[in-house]
Design a protein around this ligand. Structure first.
Ligand code: NDP
Ligand code: OXD
Length: 309
């Protein structure tokens, strides 16, 4: 049997090289050049054309190239009996924690203002913000959210977290469910969104959510673009209610050149690189699940299709 590499637009070479090191005898077929669909038992997938995965009659496992799986759970033509797994991996997790810490500290320490002042040769003291009384909120306390929360806590901030189901985590004030969302948002100077995009979270960061955040607060979205209602975010920034937005993900990627985020004076745009799937780190986790499915052992990091993540 062979493995299918199905990721339109992504260079297969580093992935094939990492697989050759990890599974030297394995045959990998790069989509769309698939001579024998019946020979495929494993598919490694990112943003597949909808319906494509029903063409492989002997498929036993679908592995996302990333942590997010909305490309899989929104494809109704993927046969229901095929398990889907996603990436949970330390380098990716630490990368996301770095991103959240970087941007919280950037705003907390006035870095944007200091850089603008340097360009204008202005020596201006800015009042220090107090770390122990500043709350950073993390939307989503999963693999990435929990790690980001722990790093932020280690820096001395207060940390709050919000999830779908109740949680307990040392040093983190935990909230859950729609009923506790406003109470969570209301105490946060910085909110970092690390939720999956699902029917429940799409449009969650809207006018009401921004109004619940304190005046002068900062929103970071490193999850998925459609969780934010762009018009509501721009209105909250323009009214001065929100001080800043740091955005790594967008409704349309690459972000269209005409989009107002590009030129907004209080928006930082990053190119969906908060935490990347790197072949040398991610391939061993894929290989582990390939071995497991072929030997009938339980899979790691299974996606729950009904839940959507
Ligand atoms: P997990 O599945 O481990 O965690 C998801 C968290 O979100 C869980 O705590 C879950 O709650 C919570 N959640 C889900 N739905 C809701 C809801 N309706 N209300 C409240 N909380 C909810 O995911 P990861 O941490 O691994 O990844 C999160 C997302 O980050 C990915 O789905 C992906 O979109 C994005 N991502 C972005 C990257 C980038 O570079 N920008 C890189 C990697 C990922 P509960 O614990 O109760 O289930
Ligand atoms: C992911 C991503 O989901 O890169 O892993 O966004």
């Amino acid at each position: 049997m062979s493995i299918l590499y199905l990721s339109p637009g992504r260079d297969p070479e580093p992935w094939l090289a990492a697989f050759a090191r990890a599974m030297p005898t394995e045959k990998i077929v790069v989509w769309p050049d698939v001579p024998d669909p019946a020979a495929i038992d494993i598919a490694l997938v990112w943003k597949q054309p909808k319906g494509e995965l029903q063409r492989y009659p002997n498929l036993r496992l679908i592995s996302s190239f990333g942590a997010g799986v909305e490309h899989l759970v929104t494809d109704p033509e993927i046969p229901a009996h095929i398990p889907m797994v996603r990436i949970v991996e330390d380098r990716l997790t630490i990368g996301m924690a770095e991103f959240v810490a970087l941007h919280v500290l950037r705003r907390h320490r006035w870095l944007d203002e200091i850089e603008a002042n340097q360009k204008a040769k202005i020596w201006k003291w800015l009042p220090p913000r107090d770390t122990p009384s500043t709350t950073v909120g993390i939307l989503g306390l999963g693999a990435l959210g929990l790690a980001a929360a722990q790093v932020i806590r280690a820096l001395g901030f207060k940390v709050a977290g919000w999830s779908r189901t109740p949680k307990q985590a040392e040093g983190i004030e935990c909230f859950h469910g729609q009923g506790q969302l406003k109470a969570f948002l209301g105490r946060c100077a910085h909110v970092a969104c690390l939720l999956p995009v699902t029917p429940e979270t799409r449009g969650l960061l809207n006018r009401e959510a921004f109004a619940a955040m304190p005046r002068g607060s900062h929103i970071i979205n490193a999850a998925r673009g459609p969780i934010v209602v762009d018009a509501d975010l721009l209105a909250a920034l323009d009214s001065g209610h929100l001080e800043w937005a740091t955005l790594d993900v967008f409704h349309e990627e690459p972000l269209p050149v005409t989009h107002p985020y590009w030129t907004h004076p209080r928006v930082t745009v990053t190119p969906h690189n908060a935490a990347d799937s790197l072949p040398d780190y991610v391939v061993p986790t894929m290989v582990e699940n390939i071995k497991r499915v072929r030997s009938g052992r339980p899979l790691l990091n299974l996606v729950d299709r009904a839940r959507g993540y």
